[in-house]
Each structure stands twice: as C-alpha cells, then as structure tokens.
Design a protein around this ligand. Sequence first.
Ligand SMILES: Nc1ncnc2c1ncn2[C@@H]1O[C@H](COP(=O)(O)OP(=O)(O)O)[C@@H](O)[C@H]1O
Ligand SMILES: [Mg+2]
Length: 667
Amino acid sequence: MTVTERPANYGTSMIDLGRFQIDLEMRTLHQSGTLVPVGSRAFDILAVLVSAAGRLVTKDELLDSVWPKTVVEENNIQVHLSALRKILGEDRNLIVTIPGRGYQLRQRPVESRAPAVESRAFRRSLPLRETRLTGRDAAVRQISTLIQTTQLLTLTGAGGIGKTSLAIAVARQASNDSSRAVCFVELATATTEDAVLCEVAEACGLSTLDAAVDIAQLAAAVSGKRLLLVLDNAEHVIDTVARIVDALVAASEILRVMVTSREPLRLMQETVYRVEPLDVPSSHSTHAEIVQFPAVKLFLLRVNSIQRYAYAGCEKIHLIGEICRRLDGIPLAIELAAARVAGLGVEGVHRYLHDRFSLLTGGYRTALPRHQTFRATFDWSFSILNPCHQLLFRRLAVFSGGFTFDAMCAVVCDEKYAVADAVGGIGDLVAKSLVNIELKGPVSRYRLSDSARAYALEKLHAEGEQRLIAARHARYVSHCLRPCLADSVAEQLDLEIDFRQSLDDARSAFDWAFSQHGDTRIGVELAAGLTEALLDAGLIHECCTRAEQAIDALEELPLASVDSDTEMRVRATLASALIYAQGPVSKSAQSWTEVLALAGDTGNGSGANSEGESVKALPPDPISSSDNEQAQEYGRTVLRPPLQPRRSFCACAGICATSSACVILSR
Ligand SMILES: Nc1ncnc2c1ncn2[C@@H]1O[C@H](COP(=O)(O)OP(=O)(O)O)[C@@H](O)[C@H]1O
Ligand SMILES: [Mg+2]
C-alpha cells in the first residue's frame, strides 16, 4: 500500500482501491468523487484490510481491531463484510476470504494520485471542542435540514452567541452520518485575501507551496464533490469570502457551504440563519421554571461542579436568572460570568454586572483571543467598522430601549453624520449583529443589547460626545411626549406602547440630566413634558418626585435660565399631582399661586396662544370660592370638550383638581 504523503499538519492518508477512494481520517469512501454511504463497522473492516496493504488479516486480528473492548460472535464479521461487498458492487471480489484463515485484499491499495488541482483530500478535521451544546437541539436539527436544501448557509449573530459551536455540531453530525465529507476552515487569523485563499485551498487539499492558488483552481478542486465546506469566523474578511464562495457554489451544485460570520455575505444563493441567544427566564419565573432555561443550565454547568449543587437548589437561582437575562442570553458572556463565581460568588457577579467588561474577563486559555474577555469580543466587531459606522454605533448608546429611525436621526445626525448616511448605517449595524431590529408593529424599532449599549457608552465617553448626544436625546424625548389622539382602539394600543417607550426614554434622559455630568437646565425643560405625561398616566408619586426635583434645581439656577412658560408647566403639574398624592395641602395651593403669577408674566405680550393666555382665559380662580356648585361648575368648564392642547390642558387639570379639592374641603 502506498499512502499519499502529506505535510505533517495534514496527518491523514488517502488511498485508491479499484474505483474507490478511501479517506482513513475522514472515514469516507468515495466512488469517482461521489460519497458512498458506509456503516461504521463495515468501514472499520475496510480500514483494517487497507492498512494491512495486501497482507492476510486473521479473523482474531479483525475482531480485536474492530471490536477492541467487546467479545462478539464471529458471524458479526460476516454480516458487515457482506454489507461492504454489496457496497463495492462489481469490485466485491477485491476482498478475498481465505477459508479457515482470514481475509485479504486482492489488489494492493495505491497511492492516491493527487495533483494540485485534482485533490480528493478534503481533510481539515473539525476543531476539538466541547460539543454538548445547551439548548440547541432544535437549531442543530433545523440547520442540518437547511444544509440539505440550500447551497450556501450563513449563521449570523453577535460575537459569542454560539455560531461556531453550532456549525461544529452540525458539521460533526454530517460527518458522522457519512452524508458528506466535511472540511472545516478557521478564518479568524486570516486577514488578507491571499491568506484566506491559502486557508481554503489547503483545506481543499491543494498545494500552496509552489504557486499562489486562485479562485478558479479552488472551484475546480471542489467541483462535483459531495462536500460540506465550513468557513468559520468570516466577518473580518467578508468581501473576500463572498467572492470565493460565489465562485465555488457556481462551479458545483452538490457542494454545500456553511459560513459563520457576524454579518451575512449578501449573495443571491445565500440563506441566512440568525443564531438567537439562549432563552432566559423572566423576572416572574418560578424557581422550577428558571432551572429549565438553557441560559441558566449553561451557567450552572460552567460553575465548578461542587458549587453547582449548592446553587441549583437555593434562592440564588433567581440571581442567576437575572444575571443570564442581563447578559442577554449570550453563551460566551454566561460562561465568563460563571467562571467568576469561584472568586466572587453569585451575589458578587450580580453586583458587578454594571461593570460587565471588567467582570467578564478570564476566558478559557484555549479560546480565541477575542473570546478571552467580553470586551475583546466587542473590540473585534468595533475595529472592523468604518469610522462612520463607529460614530453611529457609539451615539446609539444614548437609547436605553428601542428607538425608531426618526428618533435616531434626530439624536445622531448633524454636520458630522448626515441622514443619508444613517439609512445605510443602521442597516449595516443590524447586518453586523451589533443592533437588533424588531419588526413588530407599523414602524420598525431598533435596540442595542445591554452589553452592546455598555460598550457603545464607553466609546461615546472616550470620544467626549456624551454630553452633546445626551442633551440632544433629552430635547428629543421631551418633544416626543406630546399627546397623540388615536382614531381607533388598535391605534390607541400602538400609541400606548409608544407612549410607554417614550416615558422610559424620558426617564433615562431625566436621570442623566440631573446626574453629576448632566445638565439641570435641560432637565427642567424635560421635566415639563415628563411630569405632565406621568400625571396623565396616573403615576402620581413619580410625577411629584420628579417635579419637586426639577423645581429644587430650578431654584438653584441663575434667573431666567429656564423660560417662565416651562417653569409654569412644571409647577402646575406639581400643584395638580399633590392634590392626588397628599390631598388639598397648602403646598399645592402655593404652587398654584405661583402658576397664576407666572401666567400673568407670560401672558403679557406673549400672544394669545401662550400658556399664560390660556390660563388667564379660564374662569376665575375657584380656590377662594366657598361655593361648591361654583367649584364643580368650574371643573366641568375647564374639562369640557374639545380639550385644550395638552400643555394648557395640564394647567386646566391643575385648576380642576384644585377646585375638586375645594369641594371636598368645604364638605
Ligand atoms: N449552546 C451552547 N452550549 C454550551 N456552550 C456554548 C453554547 N453556545 C456557545 N457556547 C460557548 O460559548 C463560547 C462562544 O461560542 P462560539 O460558538 O465560539 O460563539 P461565536 O462563534 O458566535 O462567536 C464558546 O466557549 C462555546 O463553547
Ligand atoms: Mg465564531
């Protein structure tokens, strides 16, 4: 027998036997380039005979080699041998039975003639990785099915979400089923076009020692082969990979290519499979439910096994559920967090999550450098963005929840970044798995995961843009808190969702404005709209707290920092809310007096539509009235449709509430 000699890193042998080619390492049998399914034991028998290079192999030898740890009946050999002979068809006589002695190949296997382009050796073995995946059974099944029907499948998703792990699991299954030869190419370290070509070429068995390989040679090498080519970690060389893959799938219908990348190749033949995060429990899940979630299972699997039992049964499981939720169900982040449990305990890990990039370090020594720390995962994605996309991404950090395209443009765009750039920009960030898109409802919403946002925020600080963008965001959300009246119940529901989102945005902008690095003037401006919205939503306590915070801050600001219109709105809202929160207290009456005074100021010469004019146009102040009937009539008057626009309405509501209070008071 002669075996094709390969450089040491191949470490495999390709053998020709009659019309067949046998790959001992990949355990495949091909007939003229077509993979022939063969059972595992039958292949073992063939491998022993081939390795004996024409020498006679005794039955005992065969039994020892094929069933090394089991005592089996001799007739097992007969069963698998006859299956093998059936597969060999007209070449069945290649295996000769020597009665009473053993078996022998009639023909010596010969060296596989493997000229550069004609190689039959697809021999990059699969990476040795933990293959027991948590929570991915359905995904593996789905992807395995897709591979049958689509020539090119790209697994996309954020860094550390589990693309490579899934690809390995699917490839291993394909290889075990002997349905295809599998060729796995790791591209993480290939940074140039030549390097990518070289990796793929070598994996396809082409010699790259003598001459540079071109795409046409590669296409010829894979043509007609029942091969699954896996190109792993392609995002940083996506253009080159797209060109190579395009040529390969055009050259061979039976070739299957699976790519893992944070972004799709954008080829016509491509099917994109978005790898989802692992499912995480909600804050309402019970203990029994929490332990069933894949993200929690993975966390428990990765903490030291002794600790695992301590955690699984106790209330810490709720903390673990929250850790997994705040890490967005990303397996890499969960693994890194679990690794910290030994030093910090579950509570410590939970406590330090606000500084997740410092916490989530110390990955497996064997992992890729960009998987050693969670920050490195994002560094990798960020470093391959162009400067324009980097600017967009870091500015998006200001949105704590979902946001629309319009909101994004209002906050992000300026002379440095045009709206025209934003159209492609956000699409690219979605494609690169840095931003998620939600297609529910009439308008698409975008969202950054907690981790992506934390990373973007670091970049925004580093660029010194945080104040600028946060201020723009605060102004924008303040503007969005204006009311919109719906025409139908369905529309009302959509508006409710929008309203709740706007409230969340406004809260986060408000908190920023009154924080150490914020801007209280912007905060007071925002407070006008936010407190009115909170009052409308019946969130009275929060309304009072934020209005009081804004008024306290306002009193510290230099005179005329905030226009009296704004001040009047905040005080009127507080006056109204206090009635609900605390009853007819003097603080409310005093607030209201200040509102009326401001109304007098703003009304003078400010035009008929100003706040002051609307307030002054109302019936006389009922606070001093002791007539219940008059107070009630007053309330009815100010609330009579058509309702005034919200700003005036709020002031009216304040008066109305006060008047109702007077009614109660006078009972
Ligand atoms: N379903 C899973 N079960 C267990 N571990 C997983 C799972 N998915 C990913 N991992 C682990 O998470 C880490 C990152 O996964 P990987 O597949 O390399 O992510 P990606 O290729 O998307 O960047 C690896 O250590 C991997 O073993
Ligand atoms: Mg990967």
